[in-house]
Each structure stands twice: as structure tokens, then as C-alpha cells.
Design a protein around this ligand. Sequence first.
Ligand code: 16G
Ligand code: MG
Length: 542
Amino acid sequence: MADPIAEAAAKHPAPEGVVYTYGTAGFRTKAQVLDSVMTRCGLIAALRSRLHKGKWIGVMITASHNPPEDNGVKLVEPLGNMLQEEWEVLSTTIANKPSPEDVSKYYQEIASKFSIDLSSPARVVVGRDTRASGPRLLDCVLDGLKAAGAEIKDCGFMTTPQLHYIVRSLNTEGTPHAYGTPTEQGYYEKFGAAFKAALRGKKPSGSLTVDCANGVGGPKLRELIKYLPPKEEGLEIHVVNENVIKPESLNVDCGADFVKTNQRAPPSSKVGPNDRCCSLDGDADRVVFYFKDSNNSFHLLDGDRIATLVASFLGDLVRQAGLADSITIGVVQTAYANGAATQYVEKTLKLKVDCTPTGVKYLHHAAEMLSIGVYFEANGHGTVIFSQDTLDSIAKHEPSSPGQKEALAVLVAVINLINQAVGDALSDMLLVEVVLAHKNWGPQEWLGTYTDLPNRLSKVVVDDRRKFQATDAERRLVKPEGIQKKIDEEVAKVRQGRSFARASGTEDAVRVYAEAATRTEADDLARKVSELVKTFGGPGAA
Ligand code: 16G
Ligand code: MG
């Protein structure tokens, strides 16, 4: 008897000798070795949907900020969050099955383990970024989905957050928690209207130049602009690096990762002093801001800055609306957050800070425990989530003065402007603009809230990064034995020192972060800790 699962797997055989891992943000590697993985992810998505009683599951084909020749795939849960960890393991296992028959057998095993009825409906929605390998890899996913008998919605080009939005909207349609109209147009309508409402007639000063990394964010931002107030009343946006016709230019000398890593504007950037700029990454789920001052010095306003700006604004709104007794705000960061940002949140804003391991899913999860959880990685991934209790308190709150009423109106509009399904560069960008407009701030005032400690991020290539095992939200190493004590000794030698080393989740390397009171001390500390990592991770080291 024909076995459609094995047939689909046979159509896209696994290359020999490649080991795949569903990492921090899905499978991600050279596009040429991903065909088999795509088909198998299609199978997993169909199973996952059936386990969720036919709810829509998302499949996003993207490699985010990686070079143009890479690609990847990640799965999206019904409410728009990242795939549950147990299923990351199942995905890794099926991706590494050698033969089509093994794939089919494992597919059946998952079905019986979770009592999944393979004849029940499965629904999967697929999106992709603008990479040249996208169409071929999409076909591979579709072959998997068809073999599994899933209903398919192909959204074509999408930013990652747009796909998350559509998944969540499809699954909440017609319920009291309906997220939005489950179409791309619905996305623009929702966020465009919320931006206008949140501005409440305030006009952002100057203009904003948006570097779209030559990725999918470019055409999608062009579309979104049509739904924003005209520039005379609202925000004047200049779109740059939007060449999606030339996929080999994706993320090259532009985009959020370039700006954050090199601490400078893209070479193509032609803006004047104090002009606000921001850069998206290749799938537009990450954004950083920056500007040059009148001395032509570059200043980065990264994820830490977005978190502090937004947390302070939300704190003010909650207080002004008379809701401070029932709602508390917390900020979630990773160890990469600058020590000065953490201190500013704790001491100046007087808000609680949680620290989690690197990766959006960890921050998102921690933020879900808070009534208002503001989470951002320094690299610009992040959003704000509001608990159901918080949303209910806001909905039923009766303002007792015109001031309270106004603050409440802004708060409600801001909630609609935030993509709670996942961090969204376009929605985060509009949110920042709203806050700056309300505070009547330019980038200088924003930068002036606190002074970053000088810091250095280095990468050390080691024989086996798995030797490096971290604890305490990746702030300390438990393995290799003895290394942490040596790191502590180096940290103690510099003023305001802090340093940690962790194995990358996306590359075969160990990353070292160091900060200190001065640039020289920070650089020195990074160098010393990198040397320790080399010694402890070198050939023959335990
Ligand atoms: C992935 C993660 C990002 C994290 C980065 C760390 C998502 C969507 N993306 O890009 O959050 O900052 O990996 O990379 O979770 P690293 O482990 O190589 O340092
Ligand atoms: Mg990305």
C-alpha cells in the first residue's frame, strides 16, 4: 500500500552527514541542505495542529539576519508563540531520521504517543521571507503538508510577526479574545488605526529613516504606511535598503544585526545630525534605533533603551489612569542587558527586573507571569505582554477625572499598537514613535536617561561549545570546571566589572560579554575572559 508520508520524505531525501537541531529560533543553516527538513517540518506542523484539535499552526521560512545563502524554518503555536520545547525535540528527531521509512514510522509513533487521530483536521498557515531559496523550500513544506492531509493557507511573503499575527487571529476569530482580522490587510488596519489613536493628535517631530535590511520588511512597511495618518499629521517615514529584487543584498552592510554588531550606521545611511533612524532585520522581528549627534558621533538606542522607554511610559500611563494599585509592571532582560539599563529600571523607574537565558521564548515566558511584562533583548527582539487580568481591569476601569480618562485612552490605544503575539519590528517602531511624541523627546533626550557602561562582545571559536554549560540565566558557567572562579577573579580586577561566557545557540562558538567603568577596562576584561575560554575549551581540555 502506498505510504504518502514516506513518499514525500523520499522526494526530498536528507543529505548524508548533516546533523540538524531545532535551535533557539528553529532550524537554520545553508539553504541547500534544508529541503528534507522542510518537508518533515510540514509533517510536524500537521501533527501539532491535530493535537490542538485542528487549530492553525504557523510555519515561517526565514533565516532572519543570517546571510542570503542561509535559510531556516520555525513553527508557530496557535496563539502566536514559539513552538513548545518538547516538540522542538520531536522536530529535531524527525529531521535526523535517515530513511523515508524511518520518517513515516516516527510520524506514526508521535501520533500514537499523543493519541492523535490522523484523520482529524489539520490546518497550517505558511509564510516566507524574500530569500532566493524560499520558493523551493516552500514547495518542500507543502509536500509534507499535503502528504499529511493538512488544509493549507499560503500567505506568500510575510514578516515573521505578520505570520504570528495571522496565526493568532485565525485561532481567536469569533471569540471574546479575537486578536484581529486574520489577513495581511487586517494587520495593517489594526496597527495603523492603533498608531493614529495612540498619537491622540500629537505629531512626531522630524522624520524617521527606516533601514529594512533589503528584506521583507521593506515592501511590508511601504504597505503599512498607506494605513498610517498622512505625514503632514503623523510620522514622516523614509524607507531605505528595501531592494528585495536583489536577494543577495539581504542583510549585507545593513539591517539591525549589522548596526548592533558594528555599532555604526549602514554605509548607505545619509542622514543629518539628530535624525532618528532605525534598522530592522531580515524578517522584521527585531529593531534598533540610532542617530548621529552634531559632532557626527554615532549613538545606538538598542533593545535595552526601547524597554526602558516603553516601561517608563507605561508606568506613567498606569499611574495617571489611576490603575497603579491593581497593575504592576516588570521588565524582562537577558544577561546581555547593559548593567546601566538594569540599574535604571530598578533604581529610577523602581520596577522589578527578571533575567532569563537568551532567546525570545524564554523572555516571553517570563513576561507572561507579569501583569504587564516588558521584555527586550539588547539586540532588539521584544514586545510587551498584558495578562488577561490586566486587560480586564483596564476594560472595566471607570476614570474619575478628565486626566485619568485621557491616560486610559492612550493606554488602550497603546495596547492595540503592541503585537503581543511576538516581538514585531514594525509595531515596536511605531510604539517608540508614539512614546517620543508624547514625551516630546528627540533621540538626545532618550539617550540622556542613563549612560551605558562601555562593553564588548567577542566570539571565541572552540572545539566543542557543548563543553560550556551555564546556569543562573547564563550568567555563570558550571562547566568546564574551574573556569568560573577564574572569570570571577578577572571581573574583580576592574571597576563596575561584569562578564560572562555562554555557548551560542545559533553558531559553533562561545560568546563572551564584558562591561566595566571604562572602555579600556571593558576591552581588557573581554580579552582576559576570551583567553580563559580558549584555554578551557582548547583541544584536550576537560
Ligand atoms: C536567535 C534568537 C534571539 C537570540 C539569538 C542568540 C529568537 C527568535 N531568536 O536569533 O532571540 O538573541 O538567537 O544567538 O529567539 P546566539 O545564541 O548565537 O548568541
Ligand atoms: Mg529576525
